[in-house]
Each structure stands twice: as C-alpha cells, then as structure tokens.
Design a protein around this ligand. Sequence first.
Ligand SMILES: [Zn+2]
Ligand SMILES: [Zn+2]
Length: 343
Amino acid sequence: MWIMSLFRPRGVVRDDAGRPCEVVPVRELHADERRVDEAFASVVDRVGRAWIAASSPKLLIAGLVGMQIAAILTSVLIWPGLPYWFAMGVWFVPVAAYGWWHSRTVLAKSAARVADIVLADGLCPGCMYNLGAQPDEGGMVRCPECGARWSATRIARRHEFVVRTETELEKQKRWWRAFGGADAWGPTRIEDGRRQRRPIVSARLRQPIRVATGERRKRLLAARREIGRERRVRRWMVASGLFSMYAVVCISLLMSRASTGYRVIDLFIGLSMLWLVVVFPVMIVRGSMGITAEGVGNAMLRQSLCPSCGFDLDPERGADGLTECGECGAGWRVSAVSSERRR
Ligand SMILES: [Zn+2]
Ligand SMILES: [Zn+2]
C-alpha cells in the first residue's frame, strides 16, 4: 500500500476526533458520478481553485522548457554526438523528481482548505461519503464509510446529490469547459484584509454564474463585466496577432498547393489548422490572461461577493473594519474599495 501512496499521494488532515484522515484528491472528484449535480459541481470548482492556489504551474512549465533547452545544449555543446532523446531522458529525471515532489507539496498545502470546502457541503473529506443524512452524535457526525468524525458545525449545507450517468451532450459540454480552462492563466491567489493568502475565484466566474439565480446572478454578471474590462485591449491585440499569424501560415500553405498526396490527410491537416486559427484567439479573448488578483478582488467586493469563494458577503459580519466571509472565513476591507466603479 505504501508504495502506491508514493505514486498516488494524498494530503493528510486530522479529523475532529484527532485521527489522521487522507483527503480525497481533486482528480477523483472530477470522476465522481455526482458531478451532474450543480451543488456538487460547485464544490468541485472551489476545490479545484484551492488546488490551483497551492500549486505553481508556471514553475513546472519553466522546468519542462528548461529541460528541452538543457537537452539541446548537452547534445550539441557538452557531448556532441550524444543522441538528443538520451540527453532528454537524462534531464527528465530531475524535472520528474521536482514534479513528484511538487504534487505532494500541493496536496499537503491544500488539504486543510479542501477538507473545509467539502465538509461545508456535507461531504466526508476522507471518502466523499454524503454525511447529509447522518445523525448528530453529541456535536459530531461520524462517517459510516471511513469512520472519520467531524464537528457538525462545519457542515453548512446538507444535500441530496443527484446521481445519474451523464448524457452525451453533458459529457461534450464538460469536455469543452475543461478545455476552455484558460482560467488557470489568470490570478490563482489573493491576499485578504488580514494579509492571508487564499485561493481566488476564477476570473470568468463560469461555475458560480451557472448555478446562481435572481439578484445574486445579476451581481455576479456585473462583477464579471468589470473584471473583463481589465487589459481587454491587450488581450484583443494578442489574439488578433495570433489570428493573423496563423492565417498567414494557412493561406501561404494553401497557395503553395502543398499536398501529402492523400486527400483525407490534407483535409485533416487543413481542418486542424482552421481550428488553431479560431480556437486560440477565442481562448485568449474569453480567458483570463492579464487579469490581476486586485482587479478581481475589487470587482467582487463592489458587488458584496467574497473574492476567494464567491459566496455573498454579509456587511454586518466581522470586526476591526474587516467584513468576514461566512463561508470561507476570509476577511475583507470592503471600505477600501470605493463603491464608485472604475472607468
Ligand atoms: Zn468518510
Ligand atoms: Zn469566502
């Protein structure tokens, strides 16, 4: 078992009886058949943000790029004649070791926050069993599945999650949404009024808006409009630059009448190029590139929404000039954000 835990590590927290509990990792939530339920999907979204906040994807990407450069340099300068693939294999070792260490640290760092998030919706952090129907035994709720014990006050909402298989359309939609996850390019962390680093809502607020209704939905949409205004011109410029670059390549390929000799392959290549021409620019314009944590924070606070978890803020709650979020406990200096919208 321990050897498996080397490859599939889990973050550990203590349950409210003081016993260690291995927290279910995000990837298992994505595979849960309750994901069709909107409340469950919201939990998965917030857990995902907590995971992103604890990770440093930029460093990992830098490591992968660095590996390529190091391999090229090795096979050209240091040891001429050494096959490139071999140099790559050698340099892959430290990068893989870092990736492995990184994934463990991320899970350890985010475990406590993930436990808070799933428990608030009545799910056991250790096994995702729905504790909604479990009785309160002297302030504690016991998980019949894994035996962990949790303080009943940590459960804010009790649900009966919908369980059914996804329709083909839902499956496709989820795939496209995950693909459009350009959200990870935007800010991943925000500092609250107490100078604590916390996860930040995704700049496009897709999941919160999907499940919100009425007046709350209007405020979320207003926040998204304001967030999207930041560096919009720059995003459009980058997108149109990419678009024209791809378009020029495509047109010159067409003009050259280059062919593989097979109609089907030509068609396939043509369609993939067309796809690149359209999809990347759209991802940039509709993604969160260039958006800052400060911009998201101010826009959310102006709408009385928590920049960390997206829940409604109660202005009456909190002390010392800070408004405390009833959901995630973040403290915000709402007075510092003028109610006047930036131009
Ligand atoms: Zn459990
Ligand atoms: Zn919050």
